[in-house]
Design a protein around this ligand. Structure first.
Ligand SMILES: [Zn+2]
Length: 336
């Protein structure tokens, strides 16, 4: 028998749709700081797929795709439960930046999991989300992108590229995947994918879009890619009926980000674009100060292809300017 889906403050019977603002705290002017949750509880029993977006408030493409998925999915014909959190970090979303600008201690929500209910506001949001929502999930797809600072041409990152995580990566059917967010840095701490993996929940992060591609056509491309992947995942989990739209093979990649050392205006070298092939040490961009002096030359960190470009014409010290990837392995999309 299909069961009602319950989270604190909300009970959704089988075949129904329910929504709630999961309150985290009262805002200074009396509003609510909360997490918007949409639950589509299927008429038939099945897995709980959790999809979130805007963990980072300037990554909107995932929000658009998730809202479309929630509109098009009918609980009456759904197997299992789709839980959507279209805007996880509302404070950063309203400010149109990565983290809550008023947060003094834990700016990045995706370095704050599993959160702390008695901690800073970002820690409280993480804790509320992790305890009341994440723990119910059997699989998680978290939607991200390049935000205000750069454009990312799509890849999936997970805690591991084995077992259930690999199944979900294959289900998504995006061209590129990795388990190494940035080879140049130590593994990030406090990410949702690591902490959910500790609970045995398969979790992938899908990254697409960003600031340098904000025309309606570009936004539609990112939204379409997210939607294609999410529908593929739902078909894989037998939540909806359909044929997946996937390539025959997927590329396991390693990637390396390059950050600006100093500030200035960016002038691209010829032929540098998304998917351009580069060799280690090759000049990709030159950064100039307002007097015309060359501040620095941004070079390719390894042989590979360009996967990300700046979303702003300005280099700011420490900001990621580009990401280069190389293929480690090509695998069949469907497990044999
Ligand atoms: Zn993000």
């Amino acid at each position: 028998m299909p069961k009602a889906f319950e989270i604190p403050g909300l009970t959704v019977p089988p075949g129904q749709r329910g929504t709630i603002w999961l309150e985290v705290a009262k805002a200074p002017a009396g509003g609510v700081i909360g997490i918007p949750v949409v639950v589509l509880n299927g008429a038939r029993e099945g897995p709980v797929l959790l999809v979130d977006a805007a963990t980072h408030g300037d990554e909107y493409e995932g929000t658009l795709a998730l809202l479309a998925l929630l509109r098009e999915t009918e609980p009456s014909s759904l197997r299992g439960t789709l839980v959507g959190v279209p805007v996880l970090n509302g404070l950063s979303y309203e400010a149109e930046v990565r983290g809550n600008p008023l947060e003094r201690y834990h700016y990045d929500l995706n370095r704050t999991f599993p959160g702390e209910p008695g901690g800073s506001i970002t820690q409280r949001i993480a804790a509320r989300y992790f305890t009341d929502i994440v723990k119910h999930a059997s699989a998680i797809v978290s939607l991200h992108g390049g935000g205000n600072v750069f454009y990312l041409d799509g890849f999936v990152v997970a805690h591991s590229t084995k077992g259930d995580d690999l199944d979900l990566i294959r289900a998504m059917g995006w061209k590129r995947f990795t388990d190494a967010p940035d080879m140049a840095l130590n593994p990030y701490q406090g990410t949702l994918w690591d902490k959910a993996a500790e609970l045995g929940i398969a979790t992938i992060v899908a990254e697409f879009g960003g600031a340098s591609q904000r025309s309606p056509r570009d936004i539609a491309r990112a939204k379409t890619e997210f939607l294609r992947g999410l529908r593929n995942v739902m078909i894989h989990l037998n939540m909806i009926i359909g044929s997946p739209d996937k390539p025959k093979t997927l590329l396991k990649i390693k990637k390396q980000n390059v950050r600006a050392g100093n500030g200035g205006v960016i002038d691209f070298e010829p032929n540098i674009d998304i998917e351009a092939r580069v060799t280690k040490g090759q000049a990709m961009m030159k950064v100039y100060d307002p007097l015309g002096y060359l501040v620095e030359t941004i070079t390719a960190p390894m042989n590979g292809r360009v996967m990300a470009l700046p979303g702003s014409p300005l280099a700011y010290p420490g900001r990621i300017l580009t990401s280069v990837y190389d293929v480690i392995e090509e695998i069949p999309t469907d497990a044999s």
